[in-house]
Design a protein around this ligand. Structure first.
Ligand SMILES: Nc1ncnc2c1ncn2[C@@H]1O[C@H](COP(=O)(O)OP(=O)(O)OP(=O)(O)O)[C@@H](O)[C@H]1O
Ligand SMILES: [Mg+2]
Length: 238
């Protein structure tokens, strides 16, 4: 069908939404994949900050790591006062330990979403959730259950997943699939973040590997992180 208008959830990250017909698909499941320091958490915090300040949508940041307080500190560097938004009930932070059962996680999230009218949820990083699980079938089931709950709750979700091997243009063997790579197949969109640039254009880059129902830019584009957060160079702005 041509001309069908798909409802989009704008990230508000300069340059990003133009790469994908206006933003993420509303109520979709998305995954950001990148190495250490590639900007995954920054992307999430900017998505949540913009959600409240530009689009009037409340958010939830879920972490499986112990130092969740540091995340709000990271955000402050970019001028995003998430403590204030937390006090106002607009961006909530929740920490789960890798041992928390999927049933508890689901029940907690369901409560928070309705109590705080949450429209955007971030999980950072999903690989920690998988630490307690060795059985790939179990991990697949957990990821699947979380993603389907998010769809039922009608929220736009971004997971992050860590990857050591990612280098621009480097193809991975199918045998290299890590425990959580299954999330890439289950997600509506897969976005790679790299800490290397392209041909002198910025010193970082980003590539949308897939976004269902979307005619998105497929090649890597330059990206930078500065005091204002992430900026993506989509070739359209000057
Ligand atoms: N004000 C700033 N100006 C420029 N670059 C910055 C600034 N603040 C942070 N950075 C860069 O952002 C990086 C951290 O990004 P972020 O924490 O989002 O990455 P990540 O992918 O979540 O990393 P991890 O895998 O460790 O969780 C820093 O290593 C630094 O290079
Ligand atoms: Mg991070």
């Amino acid at each position: 069908m041509t001309g069908e208008v798909i409802d989009r959830c704008k990230t508000g990250i300069p340059g990003f939404d133009e790469l994908c017909q206006g933003g993420l698909i509303r109520n979709s499941g998305n995954v950001l994949v990148g190495g250490p320091g590639s900007g995954k958490t920054t992307f999430l915090l900017q998505f949540l900050w913009n959600g409240v300040n530009k689009f009037n949508e409340n958010g939830l940041y879920c972490s499986f790591e112990p130092d969740i307080a540091e995340v709000a500190e990271d955000a402050k560097v970019h001028g995003w006062d998430l403590y204030k938004l937390n006090d106002e009930g607009k961006v909530k932070f929740v920490k789960f330990s890798p041992e928390t059962s999927i049933r508890e996680i689901k029940s907690e999230l369901t409560k928070l979403v309705s109590k705080n009218d949450i429209k955007r949820i971030c999980f950072d990083p999903i690989s920690v959730l998988a630490l307690s699980q060795n059985d790939e079938g179990k991990i697949r089931e957990m990821v699947f259950e979380l993603s389907s709950l998010m769809k039922r709750l009608k929220v736009t979700t971004i997971f992050t997943d860590e990857s050591m091997e990612l280098d621009l243009g480097q193809a991975r063997m199918s045998t290299d699939l890590s425990k959580t790579d299954i999330i890439q197949f289950l997600s509506d969109a897969v976005i790679f973040l790299y800490d290397t640039g392209i041909a002198g254009n910025a010193d970082r880059s980003l590539r949308i590997r897939k976004m269902r129902r979307t005619n998105h830019v497929r090649q890597p584009v330059g990206m930078l992180i500065n005091d204002s957060g992430i900026e993506v160079f989509n070739g359209q702005q000057e």
